[in-house]
Design a protein around this ligand. Structure first.
Ligand SMILES: [Zn+2]
Length: 111
């Protein structure tokens, strides 16, 4: 976690965000099942496609078809890891707001 590095106060109007979005990239998985605790488990993964998983968006890390619309959109799948990582980074910057803002870069305009 790099949040301790935040030294500047939040800009006016910034409501703050308790949990930054920290998506990660993984292979698209298959053969989903629930384990004894009701958690998703996968016995296999595809060799080619990749997907982006963001728990802060409500992704429960289960199969893509079980996720809500915006989560599924973020999931992809993507043809290669590089593309998935770019999407993940962009999502992280956008959703985490000023925490990822670099002084001197173009000012962010909240959507
Ligand atoms: Zn997210």
């Amino acid at each position: 976690m790099t949040r301790a590095m935040q030294t500047t106060p939040n800009p006016p109007g910034w409501s703050g965000r308790e949990h930054p979005h920290l998506p990660y990239v993984r292979h698209v998985r298959k053969s989903w099942r629930r384990d004894a605790h009701g958690m998703w488990e996968s016995d296999a993964c595809d060799d080619t496609p990749w997907e982006v998983v963001c728990a802060e968006c409500g992704d429960d890390e289960g199969p893509a078809q079980e996720q809500s619309g915006s989560v599924r959109k973020l999931r992809g799948p993507y043809r290669n890891k590089h593309k998935a990582q770019r999407v993940a980074h962009r999502h992280e910057r956008r959703e985490s707001g000023p925490l990822g803002w670099i002084p001197g870069s173009t000012a962010r305009i909240p959507a």
